[in-house]
Design a binder for this molecule. Structure first.
Ligand SMILES: *Cc1c(COP(=O)(O)O)cnc(C)c1O
Length: 326
């Protein structure tokens, strides 16, 4: 039994951003989790390495995921399923209102179509869990075996992928700076990415603080989720030890809601593209970058401090929101 399938064939790179650093003050690095892997890459692949291994170990052949037409999680799962020869079903409902006339055909929707994804559309008022179970029952009746992917890939197994990522960052950062970063910045949706990072930096006993900028929840539900998942990871890796975590979860940069672009986010997209040739998306990474920029402006993060920004992917969304930019 393997506890991981191989969806990533190397470490993602850690790159220095000279022009952004020059403009803002602190030394800023970017962890390129947007690069590599099938189906267009992104942060979900690290999570799926253990989740899909679990599915295979349980003899499942059909992976079922909840999503929407612009879901990175669904698009990456379809890509990984293609690679591994598994079936996948995307249970889709509208979670982001149409931003332009091609919104539901462009971006992730287009890539899923190219991969011949099996998409089942449900009504906005339908419950994901109930519908997914119904579909799983049908799959199982036909003699196949269904496996339900947890929301956002954020259970213990999925989050462990970002425990791995924290250790990659520690190793890579030590090579270039001889120390640990002061801050690691990430967008936070369902919480698994952040929880894995928090647990990783805490277990390694670094003084690194992880700052997550929420892109989905506007209340402290998400902080509870991250806390719970972080403790689960720590209990899994280092049971019965006293590990001190250091993180902050900011919910002030969500804007109107999930998938709604913000003014500062759009500015951050233009800035990173112009200065560094790096593309951020309106749904996730731009909101985290807008948060980081504000923290530097407000001197919450100082000029002599060192930062790693985790680029979690989402490039197809740049296209889906084509008419939002300056
Ligand atoms: C899913 C996703 C996130 C959020 O990660 P969580 O682990 O759900 O918090 C961030 N960025 C991108 C591009 C994503 O697709």
């Amino acid at each position: 039994m393997n506890n991981k399938v191989k969806l990533l064939n190397r470490q993602s790179s850690l790159e220095f951003l000279p022009n952004l650093s020059n403009k803002l003050g602190p030394k800023i690095y970017i962890k390129r989790d947007d690069e590599g892997g099938r189906g267009g890459g992104g942060n979900k692949l690290r999570k799926y390495e253990r989740i899909i291994a679990d599915a295979i170990n349980r003899k499942a052949d059909t992976l079922i995921i909840a999503g929407h037409f612009q879901s990175n999680a669904a698009r990456s799962l379809v890509g990984a399923s293609c690679q591994l020869g598994l079936k996948s079903i995307v249970v889709c409902k509208e979670m982001i209102s149409e931003q332009n006339p091609t919104f539901n055909q462009n971006g992730n929707a287009l890539l899923m179509k190219l991969m011949n994804a099996n998409i089942i559309t449900i009504k906005p008022e339908d419950d994901f869990q109930i519908e997914m179970k119904k579909i799983a029952d049908k799959v199982n009746k036909k003699g196949n075996k269904a496996y339900l992917i947890p929301f956002g890939g954020s259970n213990l197994l999925g989050s462990l992928g970002y425990f791995d990522c924290a250790n990659e960052i520690i190793e890579q950062f030590k090579k270039v700076e001889g120390t640990n970063p002061d801050y690691v910045i990430t967008p936070t949706g369902s919480g698994g990415t952040m929880a894995g990072l928090v647990a990783g930096f805490a277990i390694a006993k670094t003084s690194t603080k992880v700052i997550g900028f929420s892109v989905l929840h506007k209340d402290n539900i998400i902080e509870n989720t991250v806390n719970k998942l972080t403790n689960e990871i720590i209990e899994n890796i280092k049971p019965k030890t006293n590990i001190i975590t250091d993180f902050e979860l900011n919910t002030k940069f969500v804007g109107e809601g999930y998938g709604a672009p913000t003014k500062n986010g759009t500015k951050a997209i233009n800035l990173l593209a112009e200065l560094e040739g790096i593309f951020l998306c309106p749904v996730y990474t731009s909101k985290a970058m807008a948060g980081l920029i504000k923290y530097i402006e407000e001197k919450k993060i100082k000029k002599d401090e060192k930062i790693v920004f985790v680029h979690t992917g989402g490039m197809p969304l740049v296209h889906a929101y084509y008419n939002q930019y300056k």
